[in-house]
Design a protein around this ligand. Structure first.
Ligand code: ZN
Length: 92
């Protein structure tokens, strides 16, 4: 049960689609289901490939946003430290 679930999750990560006829996982670019022989039409194939690319783009965008947030956080800390030093050098 647990193994089966992990297998499905891993397959989805590699860019696979679910066959509408037998509900098995097949390659996103597949034209024919390897389990039941269902023929995917070109639109379905293009849409599946686009969905895979979109997922990759979103993943990339998220990674970029995390990097930017981390940099901004570090910069904010650095600016805070410089301000503290500046204030320390100038007694009021
Ligand atoms: Zn099938």
């Amino acid at each position: 049960m647990t193994y089966e679930f992990r297998g499905t999750a891993a397959s989805k990560a590699q860019g696979e689609k679910t066959c509408p006829k037998c509900a098995e996982q097949v390659k996103a670019a597949a034209q024919v289901c390897r389990f039941c022989g269902y023929q995917f039409d070109a639109t379905t194939i293009v849409a599946a490939e686009e969905a895979v690319r979109e997922t990759a783009r979103k993943r990339e965008a998220t990674a970029l946003a995390i990097r930017e947030a981390t940099l901004a956080h570090r910069l904010g800390k650095w600016v805070g430290r410089q301000r503290a030093k500046y204030r320390a050098r100038r007694p009021e």
